[in-house]
Design a binder for this molecule. Structure first.
Ligand SMILES: Nc1ncnc2c1ncn2[C@@H]1O[C@H](COP(=O)(O)OP(=O)(O)OP(=O)(O)O)[C@@H](O)[C@H]1O
Length: 296
């Protein structure tokens, strides 16, 4: 069960202002990719679009699977905020939510699932925490619990939005270990990050975004001064009153993401009508099966 994600001309706008412009490329099956870029670059917006929580204005997102399984199953961890503190949930219940797609929201926590939860909590260093209330946990412990939930979810694609925000070095190192484990399992993992050294050390691929795609490929080719400066410079030109696509991307050789010609579009003419999910069995020509398409 493994999956990749293809972006074709992905464009997202908020109230007519484009936050992400014409991004095309591909997250290969089993790849481990960091999405980086300055504040406001559109990173969370792009990740949310892949998770199905943001509507596309233009373009499409296709999920491709190399197996017959339900390949589009995707786990998404938004920026830390995911717990509703009005409900006194126990750690066990939060981690069990990872299995909702298998057991349903009122499903029983079976003995088998309890074993999985115990193993997941052990993997994130929280063995024995099952009965603790989540709103009594520290920020780092809560993030460990949310990673345990992702482990139980067992999805072939995992999207993480700034997973290490506000975490100490030990927690960060432990959760990076979980990500490496997923990568070794052959899952497709995508994380929005800010720490360039961490990206260099742990993430083989990088997508550098500054509303438009600046570069996408092997990290050592993307995290170079010229491209980083270009991303930083783009930020200075970002004005809410300038909703036009401008410069083309710098093409990279041997990148996993393709480059894409830019069109001179007025995005005000491309209002979203809501995300549309299209189930599809169409092959993409290299032995993979398209399992889902997100389009405007
Ligand atoms: N719900 C929203 N409504 C309107 N505009 C939004 C909304 N969410 C994000 N934006 C705008 O879209 C642009 C991209 O935001 P996004 O959060 O995707 O950037 P980011 O790269 O994740 O930034 P950061 O690194 O600061 O988290 C920003 O200009 C932001 O103000």
């Amino acid at each position: 069960m493994s999956c990749g994600i293809e972006l074709e001309d992905v464009t997202l706008a908020y109230r007519g202002h484009p936050a992400v412009h014409h991004v095309s490329g591909r997250f290969d099956t089993g790849s481990l990719t960091a999405i980086i870029g300055p504040n406001g670059a559109g990173k969370s917006t792009l990740l949310g679009a892949m998770a199905g929580t943001r509507k596309l204005t233009q373009g499409s997102i296709r999920f491709v699977s190399t197996s017959d399984g339900p390949g589009e199953d995707l786990a998404y961890l938004a920026q830390l905020s995911g717990i509703n503190h009005d409900f006194p949930l126990r750690v066990l219940e939060v981690v069990a939510m990872g299995a909702w797609n298998r057991i349903g929201s009122f499903g029983e926590v079976t003995a088998e699932l309890e074993i999985q939860i115990d193993a997941a909590l052990t993997q994130v260093g929280l063995q024995g925490f099952e009965d603790r209330l989540v709103d009594e946990l520290s920020v780092g412990q809560l993030q460990r619990v949310l990673f345990a939930r992702l482990i139980v979810q067992d999805a072939p694609m995992i999207l993480l939005d700034e997973p290490f925000n506000a975490l100490d070095a030990q927690t960060t190192q432990d959760l990076l270990g979980v990500i490496n484990h997923w990568h070794r399992d052959g899952r497709t993992v995508i994380a929005v990050l800010h720490d360039l050294q961490m990206v260099r050390d742990f993430f083989p691929n990088t997508l550098l975004l500054a509303r438009e795609l600046i570069a996408w490929g092997p990290t050592r080719e993307v995290l170079v001064p010229a491209l980083l400066q270009r991303a930083q410079g783009s930020r200075l030109a970002w004005q809410e009153a300038a909703p036009w696509c401008r410069e083309p991307q710098i093409p990279l050789d041997a990148v996993s993401g393709s480059t894409h010609d830019h069109h001179q579009h007025d995005h005000h003419s491309h209002h979203s009508h809501g995300a549309q999910l299209v189930e599809s069995g169409e092959g993409n020509g290299d032995g993979q099966r398209v399992t889902k398409v997100i389009a405007p």
